[in-house]
Structure formats: structure tokens, C-alpha cells
Design a protein around this ligand. Structure first.
Ligand code: FAD
Length: 153
């Protein structure tokens, strides 16, 4: 007799796995099908000449979303993953020599934007971050998730 399932998830990327965890945590019988040899989807790593490269995400921009998934399964994000806070999170270098750092603290990033791109860009960046903070708040998430990127290692 075949096993009765409540839900079938196609793809074991972050989206499929998150859905599967939430559904299974709610008591549904879930099966995940993945075409590749391993789960993860775009979240993967390749070793080239002994050096490991991320093939996709390295930055958790909205960690509260992951916290919700782990909480649904009775765990915590911190128990499951070692998070490493990088500062700067990014260092951009343009062909004309312009350099910009995205830092952990918004004020530091604004300073970097001003130095690299001028006060108009600084004001535009500040307005964008405020818009992001308000959007995050409307979805019930904290402003710090938009301001404080955290990398997974
Ligand atoms: C270079 C790069 C950098 C990125 N950086 C960041 C970052 O820093 N921060 C961030 O938040 N996001 C980042 N992203 C985006 C993030 O990787 C994706 O949003 C996320 O991984 C998508 O997850 P997903 O589950 O929706 O899809 P996917 O990861 O694409 O997973 C889909 C899965 O479904 C499987 N599948 C597809 N079709 C079938 C089928 N018919 N049968 C069975 N299995 C199937 C695939 O094999 C795959 O495993 C980055 C993406 C890339 C490419």
C-alpha cells in the first residue's frame, strides 16, 4: 500500500526546504523531490583548485525569516547555523578606481557612500534604507534585518 502524503514539494532549495519544514512541523506528511544529487539549490559550494567558492547566497539579509522556519521546527537559527558577522560586508571596486564599503552600521555605510559617490548618493541611499526599514516593519520584521547583513560561513 502506498504511503499517504499531504504535500509534495518539488525542489530542495531554500524555498522548498522552508516550505517542507513548516508543513511537516504543522503535522503534515511531506515528501521533497530534488533533481540534483544534493539539496540546497543555488545555495551550494564548488571547490576549484582546492579553493571553495559559494555558488549562490553568502549573505543573510532577512535572518528573521529563517528564524521563523527554525522556530516552527522547535529549534533556533543560532543552534543550526554558525553565523559570522562581516564588517565590511561588501567592498565594491569600480573600473575607475571608485571604492565603496557596505558596513555593518548604517552610519558607516552612509559615510562610505558619501566619500565614494557624494552627498546626493548618500541622501538617496539613506532614503532607500528608510523605505526598506518601513517595508520590513509592515511585514512584521525588525528594521535591523534590513540594516545589518550577516554572512553564513
Ligand atoms: C550568485 C548568487 C548569489 C546570491 N546571493 C544571495 C545572497 O547573498 N543573499 C540572498 O538572500 N540570496 C542570494 N541569492 C539568491 C538565492 O540564492 C535564491 O533566492 C535562493 O537560493 C532561491 O531558492 P529557491 O529554493 O527558491 O530556488 P533554488 O535554490 O533554485 O532551488 C530550486 C531547487 O529545485 C530543484 N528542481 C528544479 N526543478 C526540479 C524538478 N522538476 N524536480 C526536482 N527538483 C527540481 C533544483 O535542482 C533546485 O535544487 C543569490 C543567488 C545567486 C545565484
Amino acid at each position: 500500500m502506498s504511503e499517504r502524503l499531504d504535500a509534495i514539494i518539488i525542489g530542495a532549495g531554500m524555498g522548498g526546504l522552508s516550505a517542507a519544514i513548516k508543513l511537516a512541523s504543522a503535522g503534515l506528511r511531506v515528501r521533497v523531490y530534488e533533481a540534483e544529487d544534493a539539496p540546497g539549490g543555488k545555495l551550494g559550494a564548488e571547490v576549484v583548485d582546492g579553493v571553495e567558492f559559494d555558488t549562490g547566497p553568502s549573505l543573510l539579509t532577512m535572518s528573521s525569516v529563517f528564524s521563523e522556519v527554525f522556530a516552527a521546527a522547535g529549534s533556533t537559527l543560532e543552534d543550526e547555523l554558525e553565523l559570522v558577522r562581516l564588517d565590511p560586508a561588501f567592498h565594491y571596486i569600480w573600473p575607475d578606481g571608485t571604492e565603496l564599503e557596505v558596513r555593518h552600521e548604517l552610519g558607516d555605510t552612509l559615510e562610505s557612500v558619501r566619500e565614494a559617490l557624494g552627498p546626493k548618493a548618500e541622501a538617496e541611499y539613506a532614503a532607500f534604507m528608510e523605505y526598506s526599514r518601513e517595508s520590513g516593519s509592515r511585514r512584521g520584521r525588525t528594521s535591523s534585518t534590513a540594516r545589518r547583513p550577516t554572512s553564513s560561513a
